[in-house]
Design a protein around this ligand. Sequence first.
Ligand code: FAD
Ligand code: DHB
Length: 397
Amino acid sequence: MKSLIPSARTAVGIVGAGPAGLLLSRLLRQSGVDCVVLEARDRAYVEQRQRAGVLEQSTVDVLRACGAGERLDREGLAHDGVELSWNRHRHRIDFPGLTGGKRVWVYAQTEVVKDLIELQLADAAPLLFEAPVGAVTGADTERPTIHYTYAGEQRELECDYVVGCDGYHGVTRQAIPDSELHTSERVYPYSWFGILADVAPSNDELVYAHSPRGFALLSMRSHTVSRLYLQVPNGTDPEAWSDERIWDELDARFAVDGAWKLARGPITQRAVLPLRSSVTEPMRWGRAFLAGDAAHIVPPTGAKGLNLAVADVTVLARAFAKLYADGDASGLDGYSDACLRRVWRAEQFSYFMTTTLHVDPAQSGFDTRLQLSQLDRIAASGHAAAELAENYVGDAL
Ligand code: FAD
Ligand code: DHB
């Protein structure tokens, strides 16, 4: 077998093989730019990590254009709307009708990651699993260097540029002096309890539910697997809830007048996820770049995290292609500003969805009436519904 160890030098060193790192590598290779991806965890772990499920049109376009759309086109579920639920009734948001024809796809992040890894490996692209990066040095020099461990050996990868696609807890950000970065952050007083269940989704479209007992979301992974979320207090132990308690709570929060019923099935996975909004800016310093969760986190209510990661690396890959083809660095110089405009829009929308649909433990009856008034407004006004729909389906890239 060909040695997996990359040479000690590359054009773009990528830290992290989540969606951001894998897609960046794919796009760079298609432009003929040399790159290496280093990932701390093993392949199975990266492929099975349950996370996002909704892809915007622009994300699907990028995946198709880079050759990662084949299974997505076969197995992904096109969705033309979502439903909002409050006061025991539902209101449908019609995406194509409100946005001039746009829609979204339900296709799990796990599957996007599997597809990208398969393409990388088929292409013999340098991608090392179980290769944790300890540090990135020299971000302000001509030769930034990634220090990593592989097969028990300390190694160095010298690069023209380093891109941190290493998520919220990544190390690349530490290559940038604190004084050069500004982080704006908000932590929410609740978490999401997410489950996967072997049961056909009880609704054809996603349901975002406001209820006096807290938020709930009905989503899906396929025609036979449901993905559901419950708002829970921070620090909730998922193992402390019986299956029956989870289904009873979901039942109570999705309750509507009429005959609709939530179907139950075996719960195969469960996890609790804290909610946070965070943006670190600028997204570049010297020859170090940050992309995806390494630079920004959104609470998941707007389904934006994965889509933002894809947008960042698409902008960055175009900028590197311009640099290596024509010596034009303007794309790299504009990278941070270009991404941050989209990032802050998504931050505002995710904050809006989160605070409109969740029950803050400290909220008053007045606050609840404002939430319900906002939801009534979305049902009554095409403009208010279009504002939600436009943000949900996202902008072209
Ligand atoms: P990640 O997917 O976090 O990838 C970063 C990669 O870097 C990881 O593989 C990690 O192992 C690797 N790495 C980290 N440190 C190092 C190191 N030192 N050396 C080498 N490699 C390193 N979004 C939604 O829209 N809906 C959801 O339901 C949802 N659920 C989520 C649940 C969780 C638990 C989390 C953390 C996020 C969730 N998100 C969700 C957000 C969405 O999944 C992320 O926005 C998306 O994964 C971002 O991709 P990324 O490639 O930037 O980062
Ligand atoms: C899913 C996650 C989200 O955060 C969301 O807003 C919609 C769907 C999901 O995991 O399916």
